[in-house]
Design a protein around this ligand. Structure first.
Ligand code: ADP
Ligand code: MG
Length: 394
């Protein structure tokens, strides 16, 4: 990575403001239902504890829209962090102001403090310079470990970097290195698998990847628009009529670049979008007017798996079907297993894709699972993430 990391600076006795991504899912009772993001932040925090830094953690949680709202308090996170770290993590009621200043000043080497939700202030998402300056004044160094929010230029991700030296945390470094290496220096064959609901969500990703990959596999709802562009009837399937021209262009672009564009060769078709809907395997030429394609078929899954098995680099974003319903999850599961079996570097990004990989039980067998949905998508689009760009160059 061409940015400095927390290991490139002296942190002993320094107050270090760490922007983490503690945006964890909570149930109705305010209990954390999945603490993956908290666990992902531990390497950086534990490193700083060991080095004797004075650690001030900041994060957002949910969308409180600039208002203090107990529902979005980081209190459950403070509790879980205390358990995971084996030391007390006190929660300060506000991320700026006197209470935060006092708490920061009292910190001893190796102690950890958590500031309350930065989005309780509307200035956070506006990247207000005065608000950012106040937050930065709590610390000597800024460490950004919130990859999941790196695609947003907010006060706690970008604003603070104008006031104190800013470096990457270990999670941020890992994310940027894995995805950056895959995109810039891939071992070949490099195969990308793109799926999900709509072409329009992933145009930028497909265009960027067409310049880099050897093969591009397209599945999910978006495949219908490509199939229709090739002249197949797709019945009631999810279809973006206004993207047919674009799909044709992308098919041409792939051809001219020598990229193998792989579309489904069969589908799982149903008459209703429902978990209990009766369904059948249909050839592309046999999708009826009252049917919709809700998954790739077994022949497609086999073909995609064969391509994946010979890859040295795989990047996957977007499920192959409506994996939330068991009847239409098989294509995604088969692809997930193929990616897990692949001997090369395998990277999965995207909220639903990660959920699908976890549901299939193969998450541990991937080289890297990105913690950032939107951020990983923008990374795959080749965009510069403002939260990364703002860090000191190595
Ligand atoms: P990610 O979060 O991994 O980036 P997306 O959000 O782009 O993925 O897409 C996931 C959604 O796409 C899922 O909710 C899934 O049900 C839907 N989907 C996949 N295939 C189809 C299909 N054939 N028809 C309708 N929806 C689909
Ligand atoms: Mg999604």
């Amino acid at each position: 990575m061409n940015k400095k990391s927390v290991k490139d600076v002296t942190v002993k006795g320094k107050r270090v403001l760490v922007r983490a991504d503690f945006n964890v899912p909570l149930d109705e009772q305010g209990q954390i239902t999945d603490d993956t993001r908290i666990r992902a932040s531990l390497p950086t925090i534990e490193y700083l504890v060991k080095e004797g830094a004075r650690i001030i953690l900041a994060s957002h949680l949910g969308r409180p829209k600039g208002q203090v709202n107990a529902k979005y308090s980081l209190a459950p996170v403070a509790k879980r962090l205390s358990e995971r770290l084996g030391q007390n993590v006190a929660l300060v009621q506000d991320c700026i102001g006197e209470a935060a200043q006092k708490a920061a000043e009292k910190l001893q080497d190796g102690q950890v403090l958590l500031l309350e939700n930065v989005r309780f202030h509307k200035e956070e998402e506006k990247n207000d310079p005065e608000f950012a300056r106040e937050m930065a004044s709590l610390a000597d160094i800024f460490v950004n470990d919130a990859f999941g929010t790196a695609h947003r230029a907010h006060a706690s991700t970008e604003g603070v970097t104008h006031y104190i030296p800013a470096v990457a945390g270990l999670l941020m470094q890992k994310e940027v290195e894995f995805m950056g290496n895959a995109l810039e220096r891939p071992e070949r064959p490099f195969v990308a698998i793109i799926g999900g609901a709509k072409v329009s969500d992933k145009i930028g990703v497909i265009e960027n990847l067409l310049d880099k990959v050897n093969a591009l596999i397209i599945g999910g709802g978006m495949a219908n628009t490509f199939l229709k562009a090739q002249g197949y009837k797709v019945g009631k399937s999810l279809l973006e009529e206004d993207k047919l021209g674009l799909a044709k262009q992308l098919i041409e672009k792939a051809k001219s670049k020598g990229v193998a564009l792989e579309l489904p060769i069969d589908v799982v078709a149903a008459k209703e979008f429902a978990a209990e809907a009766s369904h059948r395997i249909a050839a592309l030429s046999d999708i009826q007017d009252d049917e919709m394609a809700l998954d790739i078929g077994p022949a497609s899954a086999e073909r995609f798996s064969t391509i994946i098995s010979s890859a040295q680099t795989v990047v996957w974003n977007g499920p192959m079907g409506v994996f939330e319903m068991d009847a239409f999850a098989k294509g995604t599961e088969r692809v997930a297993k193929a990616v897990a079996d692949c001997k090369g570097t395998t990277i999965v990004g995207g909220g639903d894709s990660v959920a699908a990989v976890e549901k299939t039980g193969v998450a541990e067998r991937m080289t890297h699972i990105s913690t950032g949905g939107g951020a990983s998508l923008e990374f795959l689009e080749g965009k510069v993430l403002p939260g990364v760009a703002a860090l000191q160059d190595a």
